[in-house]
Design a protein around this ligand. Structure first.
Ligand SMILES: [Zn+2]
Length: 254
């Protein structure tokens, strides 16, 4: 994989945002493959606004969000109401995220599968002030911290390429979430996956996850049986092969 942009393509453009769009999109088309099947991806023509790229074979759409520098904890995602509408629609795309350096080299590139997108990961920004050109307009951010690690599938991490085999395998491991269609059920699974990530341990016990009971009560104040919910999600994650049960009564991320 070549991590450099083809800089000469920018010569025909004067606006900085156009240059960046041309360079980043060209790089994706030439270097990035579909994370589901491994084949090349194609670009939508500019006037089509549903997404930026697609895979013919899998009928998957991809939208690119890029930024100069490290990706950080969040990335801006346009108008809040529109973002929520897209997330709730059946046509939501998968998202590619790219952080590039000022030397026009890709530092980070990852895909977050669409089945990780729920309204809770979108932060509503404060409306723009009265004096702004678009006064009252409400923007949004995508909060990476609310998306489990399993949902960040890196092709390039801190300047290093990840093997294709690894990318394809990681993608396949997330597909069980596609079948969870009830938003509330998906919210619970993602919450428990995030708790497990926070533990940052290879092996953990049921009690380790019970320790998040009070945090989970803040997110789900209506639920009176948090521990039951925790056990249910662990069972589900185990049935789907995301977790393994060890002989010692502990869990492992598989
Ligand atoms: Zn594909």
């Amino acid at each position: 994989m070549n991590l450099s942009f083809e800089i000469k393509l920018a010569n025909n453009y004067t606006s900085q945002s156009q240059k960046i769009r041309v360079l980043t999109e060209n790089w994706v088309l030439n270097q990035i493959y579909c994370p589901n099947c491994g084949n090349r991806i194609d670009g939508y023509k500019n006037n089509k606004s549903v997404a930026d790229f697609y895979c013919k074979k899998c009928i998957e759409d991809f939208e690119l969000k890029s930024k100069n520098g490290k990706m950080g904890a969040k990335v801006s995602a346009g108008a809040y109401s529109q973002m929520i509408k897209r997330i709730n629609s059946s046509e939501k795309p998968n998202f590619f995220f790219m952080g590039y350096l000022s030397s026009w080299i890709v530092n980070d590139f990852f895909v977050i599968p669409k089945h990780f997108f729920i309204p809770e990961i979108i932060e509503e920004r404060k409306p723009l002030s009265e004096t702004a050109r678009r006064a009252g307009w409400i923007g949004s951010n995508i909060l990476f911290s609310k998306i489990p690690k399993a949902g960040h599938i890196f092709y390039v991490e801190d300047g290093k390429e990840v093997s294709k085999k690894n990318v394809l395998e990681k993608w396949q491991k997330t597909l069980f979430l596609k079948k969870v269609r009830v938003p509330e059920a998906k919210g619970w699974i993602l919450d428990i996956m995030n708790c497990i990530d926070t533990l940052n341990k290879k092996e953990f016990s049921l009690q380790d996850v019970y320790d998040f009971e009070s945090d989970l009560r803040v997110i789900h104040p209506e639920n009176k049986h948090i521990k039951d919910k925790i056990r249910q999600q662990l069972q589900f994650l185990r049935d789907k092969g995301y977790l393994k049960f060890t002989g010692r009564g502990n869990y492992l991320i598989s």
